[in-house]
Design a protein. Structure first.
Length: 453
């Protein structure tokens, strides 16, 4: 039986949902989002960079494209339901006032707040990870065979979202050991749940099998493939996570650590699922650069642990909420007003506009066979202009385009967008073509005319 949320909490959740829908519709699509949108027009069982579920969200949103960027709305709905799941998890363990500040923390923390408007694989990952956590806790509190089956299906959907789900099983087994629930009685449920997981995750596994496991290999090398440690990797990881979680949240979350480790199933789950990912990616930072969002799976667990530890005290939460609210307002104001000086390519909040002059050029010459040098450029220009502009084969790191025939030009004359002063990028598969003309688009980009020789 799920707990009933207080009316004020429900109202705040609903009002912020409405605000998110409006912001998502007016906020320009980011470079990565444009890439996943291109996927939704080229459906596959999986993709080189990530599993396919994010493309399904954009597919569901395609009928809404006449409403600005409402193509995001299916993802926004999923992201806000993630917040609701966490309210359900935490509600029985705190007062209404504390629950309100827990909600505000989830709504303002960068990765689950403003970041949830940017629909990437993290959004479906966090939904299925959070729902799996709820079912996992209830399964250990009242073991039922059917719950293990549901858990397997949810984790399979999570694996169709992002490979992070591979971390769920070892952490779940750790919690079961701590809770003395790793026993023969639960073995049938675990085994059949695993079978359900592999059945649901089959599209990704099969795609990798038929493509020499390139996606699995890429992600492993991406996170653990460094040949030598660079101290800045670890330093930037630590500083980034302190800022993302906020110092007061981390401080309160680590209080009563031993007591919580001996406590309820929820206590054990919050500690293991909150801190093991942080330690795992700390280790990963000794092998390669770790992106700030990679430990996102730990965020709600650490915030929930801090909330339960705090009792009725809220000062720790207030400071974090005010800080991140101010930060979000600064970011949003720059997105819409562009008041921070500099090149949009070097300002994260203005990356939406980095290729705007290329977009205008394409719209003025829509019949020409244009190509781009990176997947970000290709996807963003295609989305904003409404004209297909593929990445040219081999012109940057391997990605979805390199596995698609659209990246291999066949025309007599083509036009390639490159950085200002750049020639044909090294590795680009355009050997029969030679540069016959160059035109400046702006201070950052040129367009090359390439003629088949």
């Amino acid at each position: 039986m799920l707990p009933t949320l207080p009316q004020k909490i429900k109202s705040l959740w609903l009002w912020t949902f409405a605000v998110k829908l409006v912001l998502a519709a007016v906020l320009p699509l980011s470079l990565d989002e444009s890439y996943y949108w291109v996927w939704s027009h080229n459906l596959q069982l999986s993709y080189f960079d990530h599993p396919p579920l994010v493309s399904w969200l954009y597919l569901l949103g395609q009928p809404l494209e006449f409403l600005g960027q409402a193509v995001r709305w299916p993802g926004v709905i999923l992201g806000h339901l993630t917040v609701y799941i966490w309210l359900v998890i935490v509600k029985p363990h705190c007062s209404e006032t504390t629950l309100k500040w827990f909600l505000l923390l989830l709504l303002t923390t960068p990765l689950l707040g403003l970041g949830s408007l940017i629909i990437t694989p993290d959004v479906p990952l966090m939904f299925f990870w959070s729902l799996s956590t709820l079912i996992f806790i209830k399964t250990l509190e009242q073991p039922r065979f059917q719950k293990f089956l549901l858990l397997g299906a949810l984790l399979g959907l999570g694996f169709l979202s992002k490979y992070h789900v591979a971390l769920f099983l070892p952490m779940a087994l750790m919690v079961m050991m701590l809770a003395k629930e790793l026993n023969i009685k639960n073995l049938p449920g675990l085994l059949v749940g695993a079978l359900i997981f592999f059945t649901v995750a089959a599209p990704v596994i099969y795609w990798n099998y038929t493509n020499d496991w390139v996606s699995f290999s890429f992600q492993l090398n991406h996170g653990l493939g460094g040949e030598s440690w660079k101290p800045r990797w670890t330093l930037s990881y630590l500083l980034g996570q302190i800022l993302i979680f906020f110092p007061t949240v981390l401080f309160v979350a680590t209080k009563k650590f031993r007591q919580r480790l001996q406590g309820s199933v929820l206590d054990k789950t919050l500690i293991v699922f909150g801190f093991v990912p942080l330690l795992f990616f700390l280790y990963s930072s000794t092998k390669a650069h770790v992106e700030a969002n990679w430990p996102i799976i730990a965020v709600p667990f650490v915030i929930a642990l801090a909330t339960i530890n705090s009792g009725n005290k809220t000062r720790w939460a207030r400071s974090a909420v005010w800080f991140w609210s101010g930060f979000s307002l600064i970011v949003l104001s720059d997105v819409f007003l562009r008041w921070i000086p500099g090149n949009p390519g070097s300002i994260k909040s203005q990356e939406f506009y980095y290729y705007e002059n290329i977009v205008k050029y394409v719209q003025e010459n829509p019949e020409e066979p244009f190509y781009a040098r990176t997947f970000q450029m290709a996807s963003k220009v295609t989305y904003d202009s409404g004209v297909l502009v593929p990445k040219i084969l081999g012109s940057s790191r391997f990605d979805f385009y390199d596995m698609h025939e659209m990246s291999q030009p066949k025309e007599e004359v083509i036009y390639l967008f490159v950085r200002s002063g750049e020639n044909i990028p090294s590795g680009a598969t355009v050997n029969p073509y030679k540069i016959t003309d160059r035109k400046s688009i702006d201070s950052s980009f040129d367009v090359l005319e390439l003629t088949h020789q």
